[in-house]
Design a protein around this ligand. Structure first.
Ligand code: PLP
Length: 378
């Protein structure tokens, strides 16, 4: 069989609802192409209502949302910001944009997210060194919420603001409340591979109206109220356009369905592959609901007699995209030498972990082909 003729199966590809064009047409009909416009307001309201926060600012990316959060916290040169090490680089890069220093904290094994004990150890140690962190960036990796109660308690105790990177976790829940609604700042992403997409985009969400007003101001070049262009702040060109927000509205109409579809893809893999020796899926911690953005698992090479790379390469031969889990930030050459608080968890997950194709548009036959290919290796 010539697998190169097979259609490529992607890790997570855009999945349109069909409603998007209706909203885009509306934008064209009214010539609200850019900037801003009624779809931006409506999209912000729809997302804020869904997540259960009071306010939202639509931006060009999730990375821009993290950056603005740090700008508003006045993070600058000489400051330190604690960040989960086990994440995508976009969680940490904005710390560098602000000329501050990241401090990376490792994960625990229940959720694969920031270890609260290690977080407290890191905060204490930084304070002892006279460098109290200006913020904590927490991630809900692959859609699985972190241990929010414990993390929030620690942030409150030391009075450090929490930035909740929910870029991968739109619709996920912690004790029946949506991810992204817990921190002083919540971050969402609508990048092409996320659970819903505007082709590219993000959002800053918060219950604090001042924060969101300020984010709208900063993201539109910080223009003061004057007939000419008057500036008292450095601004950014980060605001989402009305056409992209139109796509977002079409996507919001199917978000709940997309969560169910991703969860069902995960369940399909789990039901069949759990029979194989040495395979463990990302846990769903008690009291949480993951949107299962990506199906993530680990393969213990001692028990499986097959390692992660063998599985990944075998799938690649069949034109199936799978990927190792995120390489921890403390192992990235670009972050060499920054302070780290490590327990080995994320390094082991990275060594043995794999994300399988998880799109809501996968068909049964494709999932079965992937499962068959893995079974044949074992
Ligand atoms: C995708 C992602 C981001 C960045 O979002 P963009 O919209 O692509 O800028 C940030 N953090 C995490 C964990 C992500 O997965």
């Amino acid at each position: 069989m010539d697998f190169m003729n097979l259609k490529k199966i992607w890790l997570s590809s855009p999945h349109m609802s069909g409603e998007e064009l209706k909203y885009i047409q509306e934008a064209f009909d009214t010539n609200w192409i850019a900037p801003l416009g009624p779809h931006v307001d409506a999209f912000e309201n729809e997302v804020a209502n869904f997540v259960g926060v009071k306010h939202a600012a639509a931006l060009m990316s999730g990375t821009a949302a993290i950056h603005l959060a740090l700008v508003m916290l006045e993070v600058g040169s000489g400051d330190e910001v604690i960040c989960q090490s086990f994440t995508f680089s976009a969680s940490a890069n904005p710390i560098i944009y602000q000329h501050a220093t990241p401090v990376f904290v490792d994960s625990e094994t229940d959720t694969w997210n920031m270890d609260p004990n290690l977080l407290e150890e890191a905060i204490k140690d930084r304070i002892l060194k006279g460098r109290k962190p200006k913020a904590v960036i927490l991630v809900h990796l692959y859609g699985q919420p972190a241990k929010l109660d414990e993390i929030i308690q620690i942030c409150n105790r030391y009075e450090i603001p929490l930035i909740e990177d929910a870029a991968e976790a739109l619709g996920s829940e912690y004790k029946a409340k949506k991810a992204g609604s817990f921190g002083k700042f919540g971050i969402l992403s609508f990048n092409g591979n996320k659970i819903i997409t505007t082709s590219g985009g993000g959002m800053l969400i918060s219950n604090d109206e001042d924060i969101i007003q300020k984010a709208r101001f900063l993201s539109t070049q910080a223009r003061d109220d004057a007939p000419h262009y008057e500036h008292t702040h450095i601004g950014y060109n980060y605001r989402m356009s009305n056409v992209l927000a139109a796509i977002g509205r079409g996507q919001m109409s199917v978000l709940q369905k997309r969560i169910e579809q991703r969860r069902s893809v995960f369940e399909h893999y789990k039901t069949v592959l759990s029979d194989l020796p040495g395979i463990h899926f990302q846990p769903e911690y008690k009291g949480t609901l993951s949107n299962r953005w990506l199906t993530a698992l680990t393969i213990d090479p001692k028990l499986s007699k097959v390692d992660r790379e063998k599985v990944r390469l075998e799938l690649a031969k069949k034109n199936i995209e799978s990927r190792p889990l995120w390489k921890p930030m403390h192992l990235q050459p670009v972050f060499k030498g920054v302070p780290t608080y490590i327990n080995g968890t994320s390094e082991l997950l990275f060594k043995n972990g794999l994300c399988l194709p998880s799109g809501s548009n996968l068909v049964r036959k494709e999932i079965e082909l992937i499962i068959d290919s893995i079974f044949k290796l074992f």
